[in-house]
Write a protein that binds this ligand. Structure first.
Ligand code: ATP
Ligand code: MG
Length: 270
């Protein structure tokens, strides 16, 4: 293992009853990577993310987090690793009966290391970091817009100043403007705080603007892994459908010479 390897999946397989969700998955995530995990609905992205965090035990193979095997780990050791991670679950998943303040304070309280005045300061700092006004702190999740819910969920994921951030579809349900704002926010936080991100997303703009690496999950395994430009070259039906044509070409640029904007040549006066 190199010092900067935060996640390592080796020959990982997941089966639920008769259903094979993953087979023979090998993947490493390195410090400061922003990995976009892409795949069809039900392809096993969330389950794979849960395996990386130790919330799902794979049926085969193994997962390592911060160099530690998650197979024979005690709850106490797992909790210690979780203190170094932030997770934004699919759908935001805020506690609906708790205010914004209480939601963000939740992981800080769970760590049992901080007194109430420090928790208050940290919560207000995280809310401001994700661009929320102090007055939002007393609201309930039902009183927030979709974009605000995502920001609160991000503030909660950042509460413990994680080295590793897991985001499950952080921009789904947001309009393009809110989604762009979220990408901008994540990008500046990544620059400032230097964390590593594993993000499940269907959003081509997010991949293009944010991800240093794309990992494609299809047919129960990883069919492509590389920079966005490398992944687009992979000859697989999912990659062809997802990364080519229409919107994808507008975001990433078309590979078809006929559709490329002609390069203007210097006029020749011969
Ligand atoms: N605890 C479980 N028990 C049984 N089956 C499960 C369990 N968790 C997930 N599955 C199944 O595993 C498959 C993959 O689910 P998963 O949630 O990982 O997909 P996904 O790629 O995240 O999908 P989506 O894009 O819709 O969020 C699905 O068929 C799902 O029904
Ligand atoms: Mg999912």
């Amino acid at each position: 293992m190199t010092t900067c390897e935060l996640i390592r999946l080796t020959r990982l397989g997941t089966t639920f009853g008769d259903q094979v969700v993953h087979r023979d998955i090998n993947l490493a995530v390195y410090e400061r990577d922003i990995v976009g995990l892409v795949g069809g609905s039900g392809s096993g992205k969330t389950t794979l993310m849960r395996a990386m965090i130790g919330l799902n035990q794979p049926t085969r193979g193994q997962a390592r987090l911060f160099g530690q095997s998650l197979r024979k780990i005690t709850i106490r050791q797992l909790n210690a690793l979780h203190q170094r991670c932030g997770v934004l679950f699919q759908g935001g998943a805020l506690f609906t009966a708790l205010t914004v303040f209480e939601n963000v304070a939740f992981p800080l309280r769970e760590s049992r290391l901080l007194d109430e005045s420090l928790i208050r300061q940290l919560v207000m700092m995280k809310l401001s970091m994700v661009g929320l006004e102090a007055e939002a702190a007393t609201r309930l999740p039902s009183e927030l817009s979709g974009g605000m819910v995502k920001r609160v969920a991000l503030a909660r994921a950042l509460a413990l100043e994680p080295e590793l951030l897991f985001l499950d579809e952080p921009t789904s349900g947001l309009d393009p403007i809110a989604s762009d704002a979220f990408v901008e926010l994540l990008s500046s936080l990544h620059r400032e705080l230097g964390f590593t991100v594993v993000m499940i997303t269907h959003d081509l703009d997010v991949m293009h603007d944010l991800c240093t690496r794309i990992v494609v999950l299809a047919d129960q395994h990883i069919v492509a892994d590389g920079s966005p430009d490398e992944v687009r070259l992979v000859d697989h039906p999912f990659v062809r459908n997802f990364f080519h044509g229409g919107r994808a070409d507008r975001v990433f640029g078309s590979d078809d010479p006929a559709e490329q904007v002609p390069v203007l040549k210097e006029p020749s006066y011969e």
